[in-house]
Design a protein around this ligand. Structure first.
Ligand code: PRX
Length: 632
């Protein structure tokens, strides 16, 4: 891509201004002033936020920045669960509802802060019984049920490092993550439930741990939807049996601010996913501050983030941020189109949701099925709408604002990443919103759009999105691969390269265009082309494969694969479905190609690198740009 690009946006400067009462009552009443305050004393800004939380011992220094390594709240001691639970149990939130779980058929389970506290303590004591100790890695591969949240918090309670793997990943993806983290325990469930059908998670775990020597035990939550699960006693133990006979109190482990809290794997530009490492102190402060200020969360709010806890959005904005704040969090094992296209709106109506946080793909799906669905429900409880994971195109913004928010609710389009740990760019509640633009860097963050050399682009132009200064919830390293961590800070001089292309508007708002690298965002999920390619070539019929993201009006992108077959194999529709099924079984349903073309040759550079850019341009009927390195 060029150094920067000019963008023509004449006639598109349209803003929506929320009712002034939003600003009047917001935690951050004046964005510009808050941002100036931050710029005037950057560390002081974060220190002020940190003082709102409880620490066993406060820091000697707010930040130690040794490029590209940051230590936040140096020498401070804490446990994030003391802030998520104990703090509320000791005050007026003791009997406040912490968690409302909804199943697909409308079943409900409710946990007050006190109840959640005791469940977490009991499970934490159960883990201790299994020999899990501070620093051990625990893999959590579960459906979206309260026990998943309990398992995460229980790990944090005893200082074990959780690695949550999204339940939609397949055998190889799970195996790779278990082995990379050298997890001691896997916590799973017999099944996940999706569109009325059960998905056997435990069976996938059984296969995934065959070549995983670090695993000592598997904890199984038995949902017994179809039939009781049979446990192999030597290896497997029931989730609730583990909690029997233990105390409902568990002293929180004293963690250093820089001790790891969790590892979460994300796709990179090679076939192996990156274990993004987040630590206790800075992550807590970053997610606490953003949950409070970006969602403008009040004690009376009923907050629902539709993300699965297996993604960073679930970590930061289902579990840690909202519980640190003391929110009432809704967790729904629900999909937007089952039993019908009103399922989400029914939940909003039934539970009186006030803050709703979802993904553009879901919004575009709702647009397609029509406004008669949301119009059947009373959505008047809604106060604030959020979006995350991919660009919220202007049409989707307007529909969301008009049909769901009734021209009343601010929409916070939040840009951030697994690596950033917390929201970084948005339009703060009450500020004018510009459709198509995520907004500006939040107070506490310095973002910019720059050329490859790191020079800021002129307003109105596009380039690479970067973050200039360290921020508390930033990743600290890539697990066992610090080299990959350093790449983030060494690609463009003196800043963190996000990997996204963006446009800096003349008004300072930032528009996110999409990835600049080999990562495809499909329905808001992050998938590496290399991962899909290596899954394809692991099939006996495939000699070579190249994968691209093809723009799709609903999912943002879909996965398209170009495949060269080995000698002796013939292209056929049957082989296409075999290959798709093969990827499904290896990586999981989220990584399945939607289209496969059989090829005799792939466009390559003279040094043998596949030029995906050329394939993509051809697919989209556009100019492939510079092809001088293309081999004949
Ligand atoms: O390309 C950007 C896109 O999602 C990527 C990060 O993906 P992941 O680490 O899985 O985290 C997703 C949830 C935080 C980014 O590099 N992305 C995320 N939010 C937005 C977005 N693109 C446009 N607008 C957003 N609001």
């Amino acid at each position: 891509m060029a150094e920067s690009f000019e963008v023509s946006m004449a006639g598109e400067e349209k803003y929506y201004v929320p009712d002034p009462s939003y600003k009047e009552h917001a935690w951050t009443k004046d964005y510009a002033r808050a941002y100036q305050e931050f710029l005037a004393d950057k560390e002081g800004f974060w220190e002020k936020q940190a003082h709102h939380l409880e620490w066993f011992k406060k820091w000697d220094k707010v930040l130690e920045w040794n490029y590209p390594y940051a230590r936040w709240f140096v020498n401070a001691k804490l446990n994030i669960t003391s802030n998520c639970l104990d703090r509320h149990v000791a005050n007026h939130r003791r009997n406040k509802v912490a968690l409302i779980w909804r199943g697909e058929e409308g079943e409900e389970r409710i946990f007050t802060y006190k109840k959640l506290y005791h469940e977490v303590c009991r499970f934490a004591n159960g883990l201790k019984k299994l020999g899990v100790a501070k620093g051990d890695r625990v893999c959590i591969y579960m459906p979206l049920v309260p026990e998943q949240v309990i398992a995460m918090l229980a790990c944090a309670r005893i200082g074990a490092v959780h690695s949550v793997v999204f339940g939609g990943f397949g055998v190889n993806a799970l195996n790779m993550r278990i082995n990379d983290a050298e997890a001691k325990i896997v916590i799973t469930a017999d099944v996940a439930i999706r569109r009325g059908k059960t998905i056997p998670l435990k069976t996938i775990v059984e296969e995934a741990i065959i070549n995983a020597p670090s695993i000592e035990k598997v904890v199984v939550l038995s949902r017994e939807v179809d039939q009781p699960v049979e446990l192999h006693k030597e290896m497997e133990i029931d989730f609730y049996e583990l909690m029997e006979g233990v105390s409902a109190e568990c002293k929180p482990e004293v963690m250093d601010a820089e001790d790891p809290l969790f590892i979460l794997y994300t796709s990179g530009s090679t076939g192996t996913p990156k274990g993004i490492v987040h630590t206790c102190g800075g992550y807590m402060v970053g997610t606490y501050y953003t949950t409070l200020n970006v969602f403008d969360l009040k004690d009376t709010d009923v907050y629902w983030c539709t993300a699965d806890t297996g993604w960073i959005t679930g970590h930061s904005y289902v579990v840690y941020g909202p519980f640190c704040v003391g929110a009432t969090v809704v967790l729904a094992e629900a999909v937007p189109d089952y039993p019908d296209a009103g399922s989400f709106w029914k939940i909003i109506q039934d539970l009186g949701i006030t803050i709703f946080y979802t993904a553009p793909t879901a919004i575009r799906m709702f647009m397609r099925v029509g406004e008669e669905w949301p119009n059947r429900y009373d959505l008047s409880s809604l106060r604030i709408l959020g979006s995350v994971g991919e660009p919220l195109n202007p049409e989707a913004f307007e529909w969301y604002y008009r049909i769901i928010g009734k021209n009343r609710c601010p929409v916070v389009d939040t840009w951030w990443q697994t690596e950033t740990g917390m929201q970084m760019i948005t339009t703060m509640v009450g500020e004018p919103m510009r459709p198509g633009f995520a907004g500006k860097a939040i107070p506490g963050v310095v973002a910019d759009v720059v050329t490859k050399q790191g020079a800021p682009v002129e307003p109105g132009n596009g380039g690479f999105l970067v973050i200039r200064d360290p921020w508390p919830a930033m990743l600290r390293t890539v697990y066992k691969n610090d080299e990959r961590y350093r790449t983030y800070w060494h690609t463009i001089p003196d800043c963190y390269t996000a990997g996204d292309l963006a446009v800096k508007g003349k008004d300072g708002n930032i528009m996110i265009i999409g990835r600049a690298d080999d990562i495809i965002i499909v329905a808001g999920h992050n998938i590496g082309t290399a991962e899909v390619e290596s899954a394809l070539v692991s099939h006996q019929a495939v000699a070579e494969a190249a994968v691209i993201g093809k723009p799709d009006p609903l999912k943002g992108n879909l996965i398209k694969a170009f495949v060269i077959l080995r000698v002796g194999f013939q292209p056929s529709e049957k082989l296409k479905s075999d290959l798709i099924y093969h990827v499904r079984m290896t990586l999981g349903p989220i990584a399945m190609p939607s289209e496969i073309d059989f090829m005799d040759k792939l466009p390559k550079t003279r040094s043998g690198k596949i030029m995906r850019r050329v394939l993509k341009a051809k697919e989209m009927g556009i100019d492939p740009g510079d092809v001088s390195t293309l081999e004949e």
